[in-house]
Structure formats: structure tokens, C-alpha cells
Design a protein around this ligand. Structure first.
Ligand SMILES: Nc1ncnc2c1ncn2[C@@H]1O[C@H](COP(=O)(O)OP(=O)(O)OP(=O)(O)O)[C@@H](O)[C@H]1O
Ligand SMILES: Nc1ccn([C@H]2C[C@H](O)[C@@H](COP(=O)(O)O)O2)c(=O)n1
Length: 241
């Protein structure tokens, strides 16, 4: 069954702590069902990179708020080749540096930053519903704030050890303990901020992935989408009778 079966387009919302597998899972699912893909963490990273690039003190919330409207952030939503441009410049590599990672939680805690980016994320979701079969969106507040009415809502987790080991596999010779400490630091900041923190709600299905491979996780989410689409089609055809 294809997600395009639903007249309204399907919206899949995935939240979870750092390194739980949100991006890999979301891209795999979007590819499997021909949906758009939106990495909202990359948008907060792009905003942070722009602030640092323009020498704005990212620890000064007032200065960040004042500048939050200035960068032009453009997200490519093809799950096979997602892109991030700021003011026309490809910043896919720059936004993954340690310098950005160290400050992205501080920048994303500024309400003016969140207001602007949440608005843009909702705009992309609306476009995907009109122009594609729908979208898979991942981040920290997608199930709660950005798209609380999503067709499928998932809170993706894995143990702190598993997440650190998965991340360490990306860089040869990396220090697993240091990675685990950095993930814990970001999780604490992201879940304790006042404005739309990372929270696990009863509305979202918890998917614990510690013992699961990526393919298994993608298959579970695809099955959830197919079930949601079938239920929506059933409801549409019952309403038409
Ligand atoms: N189920 C899984 N089994 C094994 N490895 C996985 C699984 N899911 C993801 N990974 C690997 O774990 C690492 C982190 O995954 P990913 O970047 O998707 O996490 P994330 O939640 O998006 O992280 P962040 O919040 O930091 O952006 C990647 O190297 C990815 O390939
Ligand atoms: N919806 C979101 C997505 C991300 N953030 C913040 C918090 C993260 O530490 C940071 C980077 O995200 P990542 O690339 O690790 O997924 O961005 C947020 O506040 N809300």
C-alpha cells in the first residue's frame, strides 16, 4: 500500500533524544513510501551556524532573538539527498561541526528562533500534503508542537550506551565515553528548556530500538504508516457512502 492513498497526505512525526536514530529512520521510511523528509534539527543547526558566522554572541539570548529573522534557511526535502542552504550557501558540512553542536541547544532555546522555525516547518508540512503524498518530520517537538495532529507519532529511543556506540561508529578512533557525555549534556538542555522542550507524551508510540537494526526499525514505522493510511481510507469511504 502507498501512503499516497490518503487524500490529505500522511504526516509522520518522530521525536527522541540525540542519536536515537531519528534521521536514519526518517530517511529510510520516507524513501520507502515516497514521502518528503524534513530534518528540523538541521534547521536549528543552520540558524546556529549563521549566528556564529556573523559573530553574534550565541549566549546572549536578546542578540540571538534580534537576529533570528535574518538568515534565509532553505531545506531540500528529498530523503535520498537532503540539503541545507543558508543565504544560498550549502552548509551541510559546517552545521555538523563540534562548534555548532556545542551551541545549538542554547540557540534553539530562544523563543524567537523557535517561533520562526516552527512556522517554516508547518509551511513545509502543508506543502508536502498538497504536492506530495506527505512527509516524515523529525526533531524534538514534532509530536507535541509542530504537528500534534500527525497521522503517525513516534518517540524513538535507545539506551545511552547504544546511542554513544552508534555515533562512535561514524568516526574511527572516537572516544565513546566523551560522546556519551555530550549526548547526555544535549539531552538535558533540550528537555529542560522552558519553550517546547523534548518531552515524551502518551500520544506518541515509544519505539525502543536498542536491540534493533535500522532496517527493522524502518519496517516497523512503515507498517504503522500503512495501517494509518488504510484506516484513513476506510474512514473516507465510509463517509462517502
Ligand atoms: N536501529 C539502529 N541500529 C544501529 N544503528 C543505528 C540505528 N539507527 C540509527 N543508527 C545509527 O546511529 C547513528 C545516529 O543515528 P541518527 O543520526 O539517525 O540519529 P538522530 O537521532 O537523528 O541523531 P541527532 O539527534 O544527533 O541528529 C548513525 O550512525 C546511524 O547510522
Ligand atoms: N525540533 C527540534 C529539533 C532540534 N532541536 C535542537 C536540539 C538539538 O540539540 C539540536 C540539533 O538537533 P539534531 O541535529 O541533534 O537532531 O537542535 C530542537 O530544539 N527542536
Amino acid at each position: 500500500m502507498s501512503a499516497q492513498g490518503s487524500a490529505e497526505g500522511v504526516v509522520v512525526a518522530i521525536d527522541g533524544p540525540s542519536g536515537s536514530g531519528k534521521s536514519s529512520t526518517a530517511k529510510g521510511v520516507a524513501t520507502a513510501r515516497g514521502l518528503w523528509y524534513l530534518d528540523t534539527g538541521a534547521m536549528y543547526r543552520a540558524m546556529t551556524w549563521w549566528m556564529q558566522h556573523h559573530r553574534i554572541d550565541v549566549d546572549d539570548a536578546a542578540a540571538v532573538a534580534e537576529a533570528a529573522g535574518r538568515p534565509d534557511i532553505t531545506m531540500g526535502t528529498d530523503p535520498a539527498a537532503p540539503t541545507v542552504h543558508v543565504d544560498g550557501r550549502d552548509v551541510a558540512r559546517e552545521i555538523r561541526t563540534q562548534e555548532v553542536t556545542a551551541k545549538v541547544s542554547a540557540v534553539s532555546a530562544v523563543p524567537a528562533v523557535r517561533e520562526r522555525l516552527v512556522d517554516e516547518q508547518r509551511g513545509t508540512i502543508a506543502q508536502a500534503r498538497r504536492r506530495a503524498g506527505g512527509i516524515v518530520v523529525e526533531g524534538r517537538d514534532i509530536t507535541t508542537i509542530v504537528a500534534p495532529d500527525a497521522s503517525v507519532k513516534i518517540y524513538l529511543t535507545a539506551s545511552a550506551e547504544a546511542r554513544a556506540h552508534r555515533r562512535s561508529g561514524e568516526v574511527q578512533g572516537s572516544d565513546v565515553a566523551a560522546i556519551q557525555a555530550d549526548l547526555a549534556r544535549r539531552d538535558l538542555l533540550d528537555s529542560s528548556r522552558e519553550d517546547s522542550p523534548l518531552t515524551q507524551t502518551a500520544e506518541a508510540l515509544e519505539l525502543e530500538t536498542t536491540g534493533l537494526g535500522l532496517d527493522e526499525v524502518v519496517a516497523i514505522v512503515v507498517a504503522l504508516i500503512d495501517r494509518a493510511v488504510a484506516a484513513a481510507e476506510q474512514a473516507e469511504s465510509s463517509a462517502a457512502i
